[in-house]
Design a protein around this ligand. Structure first.
Ligand SMILES: [Zn+2]
Length: 98
């Protein structure tokens, strides 16, 4: 009576059954704002941005010291981006001069 197993399963069979039970490697994408790896469809924990909009004020909950450090980090990143943008557009005149 009832759902009692009729036959013992060997370790081999048990382990074979559990072959597919494992954690998959997490998929990470890059945050377009700060470049840190983030989970897709999730607000970035580093800068609090999602889809180009600030959702969470990250600086608010930090201590003064941490905030300064982070602000510096963000500034450095923005500077870098500006530099890249400036270097990219090369007019035909500039190219011919070189
Ligand atoms: Zn970010």
């Amino acid at each position: 009576m009832g759902g009692v197993p009729k036959q013992r399963k060997t370790k081999s069979r048990r382990n074979k059954r559990r072959m597919h039970l494992y954690l998959k490697e997490r998929v990470l994408t890059k945050c377009p704002k700060c470049g840190k790896p983030v989970l897709p469809h999730t607000v970035c924990f580093n800068c609090g941005y999602y889809k180009g909009v600030e959702i969470v004020d990250v600086l608010k909950k930090l201590t003064k010291k941490e905030r300064k450090k982070k602000e510096k980090e963000i500034k450095a990143k923005e500077k870098e981006e500006r530099k890249e943008a400036r270097e990219k557009p090369l007019t035909w005149e500039e190219m011919s001069r070189k």
